[in-house]
Design a protein around this ligand. Sequence first.
Ligand SMILES: CC(C)(COP(=O)(O)OP(=O)(O)OC[C@H]1O[C@@H](n2cnc3c(N)ncnc32)[C@H](O)[C@@H]1OP(=O)(O)O)[C@@H](O)C(=O)NCCC(=O)NCCS
Length: 159
Amino acid sequence: MTDAEDIFAFTSNPIGKEFLSWEPHENLERTQGFVHFLQENYNSGEPVQWGIELVEENRIIGITGFIDYLPGHNRSEIAFIMSPDYEGMGYMTEANTAVMQYGFETVGLHRIQAKAEVGNVGSQKVLEKIGMEKEGLLKHYLFQKGAYRDYYLYSKLSH
Ligand SMILES: CC(C)(COP(=O)(O)OP(=O)(O)OC[C@H]1O[C@@H](n2cnc3c(N)ncnc32)[C@H](O)[C@@H]1OP(=O)(O)O)[C@@H](O)C(=O)NCCC(=O)NCCS
């Protein structure tokens, strides 16, 4: 919870975040609620999202990890966000490489998937750099900010 202010600094910042499926956090309480949600799931033993800490600055600069964990199918999805101040430095690729390894080796997942909006080139690059394969197009998958949005579905299997 002591990291909530660091997280709020980028979850409240709409710059470059036109592809997010959620609205920017309007106040710190909203971010604290999000951290509380992660803590509850973490405590129940589920693979969840983590903060990405830039160790030399002792600061949380992004979030990545698992959403929609389906233990019966050994499947989960990754979702992520990086602070605009730290984009393009390779941090999300580095963090997601560790997340994928944790998912396959520690959680025992068979399939890890991700969705990226068609125009979200940065997200697609990250997914391709961590070895995900583009499976296809999900047409008009979400109704967001007044329009139906197309998403690419990506995945990587354990073998
Ligand atoms: C997409 C996002 C996570 C990338 O994080 P990042 O830490 O900048 O990623 P990396 O530095 O590891 O970059 C990986 C590659 O993507 C490229 N890239 C990153 N952002 C980009 C952008 N907006 N447009 C084009 N390329 C981009 C980088 O240049 C790098 O390519 P390279 O290795 O050929 O130079 C970040 O821009 C973000 O948080 N975006 C908003 C939230 C979002 O879209 N989340 C994903 C929802 S699926």
